[in-house]
Ligand binder design. Sequence first.
Ligand SMILES: Cc1ncc(COP(=O)(O)O)c(C=O)c1O
Length: 436
Amino acid sequence: MTGEQMVALTKRHTLYEWSAQAHVDPIPVSRAKGVYFWTPEGKRFIDLNSQLMCVNAGHGDPRIVEAIQRQAATLAYANPFLATEARARLGEKLAQLCPGDIDVFFFTNGGAEANENAMRIARLVSGRHKIIARYRSYHGGTAGSLTMTGDPRRWAMEPGMPGVIHVRHPYHGVQRGSDMAEPALEELEEVMTLEGPQTIAAFILETVTGTNGVLPPPPGYLEGVRALCDKYGILLICDEVMSGFGRTGKWFAVEHYGVVPDLLTMAKGLTSAYVPLGAVGLRRRLADHFQQKVFYGGLTYNSHPLGCATALATIQVYEEDNLIQRAADMGCVMRRLLDELAAKHRCVGEARNIGLFGIVELVRDRESREPLAPFNGTSPEMQMLGKFFREAGLYTLVRWNTFFTNPPLCITDAELTEAFGIIDEGLTRVDAALAS
Ligand SMILES: Cc1ncc(COP(=O)(O)O)c(C=O)c1O
């Protein structure tokens, strides 16, 4: 099929997400390898977003592909009331990798379902019903996860699920910057008090905020959140769907802060997206609750053997190729490249990264620091930049006044430099447009 045919047919018979269909303009893709993918006509893109921040191991790794083939040939599916070797081995492996005493897992199809089940587990264990979540967050597209989401993707589904309260994120945008931990924690504690801590089952946050800005917590914040949750008997859910599996240079971002959540959700990098799989990890105390009490939850594809086998092979690749440490090391290279962009281009307001999790926020000028596109909007300059990246063969997410730098963890120095060369050229054009 030609690229043109793919685009025409997919647009005619399938829905593209979060979009008015008339305005989508997808890139047709037919194959991928390492940090690159190609259109059917052979145009090459460097994938600086690991697709949707998920192909952490890189595209087309034969070790993962062979594991999928082997599992499919042996046992493609077994229902979740049965026991399989892939499920057994993956549970054991994740128990080794996860922080603290998180050593029991419920497997789902992806991140949204992992968060749905984390919320459910928190409610069942605590006997409380409210959930506190934050603005500037994304937790998934299903009813509960979308209600917990604190960005515009929630708006169309409101009022959503009862009992979810949002508190502000410490970050207030490129103009106002971030609060320190102390005022942010004071505000959180005030909301907990006003809502009645005895009614609050859990507080959910992205350990490092993803699509809403690649925002690591201010120093002391996560530790303070842990202490507040402990003080009021509120369970802490860390959503590591995007930040997990090496993205930040650690297996899980919570390791940067020495905090163990009660529930940890994951997906994306768990299988590097070769097949869908998510999971929620529970601390032993929470898991023990379900020894005698029923766990009211289920999915036809819970613990899907293909997903579990893929996750095991993916984790093995991370280990064999030392990709988690590599993300930390290459994160230093990215830091230097981001600093160079910030020094050279007037339109760069902020350039942040933690490991290979990076973002650039563009501003109209350095004095006012007005974002180059409004909240939840775009601008001719951002559209021009997105168009330039596409023409130049750089794939990444351009959102509002930001674009992301989240390559597969196997990226080399030369490949990262190649990508940043294209960014440099794009930002030169933005500077010129702003100057004229
Ligand atoms: C932090 C976070 N949580 C949850 C999700 C939802 O995951 P999924 O799309 O696999 O349901 C995402 C997806 O982008 C995410 O970034």
